[in-house]
Design a protein around this ligand. Structure first.
Ligand SMILES: Nc1ncnc2c1ncn2[C@@H]1O[C@H](COP(=O)(O)OP(=O)(O)OP(=O)(O)O)[C@@H](O)[C@H]1O
Ligand SMILES: [Mg+2]
Length: 473
């Protein structure tokens, strides 16, 4: 079954904001609109009530002015009639001039209030009648009839007109006071309404903020829980990967050791078994060649047989050496490495230099074979990949162990990890060294060659023990 690669699956696009956040945000938007509407409504209502209040107060003041001017006119006229001095008339004359404009202003202020307007019209008519009576009285005084003029003012009709005018003023004032009280109450009502509206909106907003905070707290808690679950899952996976890696390493080390011992066994058996046939055969052929004085076909065939046997013995020796270098077992790491390096350099036409520093005598067999295999694989890599002209090998005894460095002047590598990803040579070296408690690092740059450095910790006493053990063997 062909599986669709996971990367090609169309994932549904995630919304920028989860749906659950939309509701509170939408309500917050509506609430903001409501706040605007409430504020606009309140402002208009305040303005209207303020205008109404201003009109009522203005009308009240105009009524008082009318009343004051009327009283001044009457007082001025009486003063004139009683004293006959013209200067007492001036309040009357001033009132005559002022009253019409005050009446017009009052009418303007009551323009939008029909009943008020009607009452004001009736009042101004009474004022006009009163002024007309005063005017007639003055006309009479102008003829010298002061008595008659006063009598006209004090007549029953004039008194009745005064009483009607006073009553009209009072009812107008009462109405105006009532209107003022009503508008003040409306002002308070709209203040209350606006306060309640704002309180309601603020309450709703507070509830929304609380709701959002709850959602956020819940989401944060969930996210934290998820992160914890993921972290513990990652931790578990890492532990499992580490365990598996350790198992694989142990298995690989075991296989390396097994493989080395199998190779050693095979090398021993090949040596013993093949030597049993090849050595006597070689001796017999040599004996036959010595006895034969024939210059013809027999001698030719004996010579070829000798050559074939020599080649066979050579091949046997090479196979055995590759399986388990006998020099390593008999003489130790330094001669085995020297022999291998010389062979490899000769075959690949490389200039080689082997440097041994300090006492690298006998080491424990597993350390010797591990370091020998590191040199063997490094040389193989140089021959196969490095395109080098020169190789330097350094074997050195350090205070705390043995170090081996194989350095070439070849093409180098850009990234060792990447280069070694799909092969086993470099990783195999690491495994071998790890199995004997050692480590390895590779220093390489493109164009600057490669240096493979291996180190196996080993105290000097261990090396001496190994030497003594081998000598006793
Ligand atoms: N001395 C070197 N100079 C340049 N490149 C090297 C050198 N040693 C290793 N490499 C690079 O590193 C890669 C990995 O080497 P490694 O020995 O692990 O594998 P390999 O030699 O390719 O195969 P094998 O598994 O048979 O050893 C090589 O393929 C090569 O590209
Ligand atoms: Mg290799």
């Amino acid at each position: 079954m062909v599986r669709e690669p996971e990367g090609n699956l169309q994932q549904p696009a995630k919304p920028v904001l989860p749906t659950k956040y939309w509701f509170p945000l939408l309500v917050a938007l509506i609430v903001t609109g409501a706040i605007l509407a409430v504020s606009e409504f309140s402002s208009r209502s305040f303005n209207r009530t303020r205008n109404d209040l201003g009109q009522s107060m203005g009308l009240q003041s105009k009524l008082l002015e009318l009343q004051k001017n009327l009283a001044q006119a009457e007082a001025g006229q009486r003063g004139f009639l009683l004293t006959h001095k013209p200067e007492y008339r001036s309040p009357y004359d001033q009132a005559v001039t002022a009253l019409p404009s005050i009446a017009t202003q009052a009418r303007d202020l009551a323009a939008e209030d029909k009943p008020g307007r009607d009452m004001l019209a009736a009042l101004t008519e009474l004022i006009a009648l009163k002024m007309a009576t005063m005017r007639s009285s003055l006309e009479r005084a102008d003829t010298g009839d002061f008595e008659g003029a006063l009598a006209l003012l004090d007549s029953t009709d004039s008194r009745a007109l005064d009483a009607r005018t006073t009553a009209a003023f009072e009812s107008m004032a009462q109405r105006n006071t009532a209107a003022l009280a009503d508008r003040a109450a409306r002002w308070e009502d709209s203040l209350d309404a606006s306060r309640s509206g704002i309180l309601a909106v603020v309450g709703l907003n507070a509830a929304l903020i609380a709701l959002l905070a709850l959602v956020l707290i819940r989401d944060t808690r969930r996210a934290r829980e998820n992160a914890q679950i993921q972290a513990s899952f990652a931790e578990r996976m890492k532990r499992e990967v580490d365990e598996r890696t350790a198992q694989l390493s142990a298995l690989s080390e075991f296989l390396q050791v097994q493989s080395e011992s199998e190779k050693a066994k095979l090398a021993g058996e090949l040596h013993d078994e093949l030597s049993r046939f090849l050595t006597p055969a070689q001796m017999d052929v040599n004996w036959l060649a010595g006895k034969c004085d024939d210059d013809g076909e027999v001698t030719r065939r004996l010579t070829r047989l000798t050559e074939l046997l020599d080649s066979g013995i050579d091949v046997k020796r090479r196979i055995i050496e590759n399986l388990r270098p006998s020099l390593l077992d008999h003489l130790g790491l330094v001669p085995a490495v020297r022999w291998h390096v010389e062979e490899a350099c000769k075959a690949a036409n490389l200039r080689c230099n082997l440097d041994v520093q300090g006492n690298v005598e006998r080491l424990s067999p597993d350390v010797e074979i591990a370091l020998y295999r590191v040199v063997q694989e490094s040389m193989a890599n140089i021959v196969r990949h490095a395109r080098a002209g020169r190789v330097d090998i350094l074997l050195e005894r350090m205070t705390d162990g043995i170090g081996v460095t194989v350095r070439d002047d070849g093409v180098g590598m850009a990234d060792v990890k990447v280069a070694a990803r799909d092969s086993y040579g470099i990783e195999g070296m690491r495994q071998r060294l790890r199995a004997v408690g050692g480590r390895m690092d590779i220093d390489s740059r493109p164009g600057s060659g490669t240096a493979v450095r291996a180190f196996v910790p080993q105290r000097l006493s261990e090396a001496l023990d190994a030497t003594l053990t081998r000598q006793n063997e």
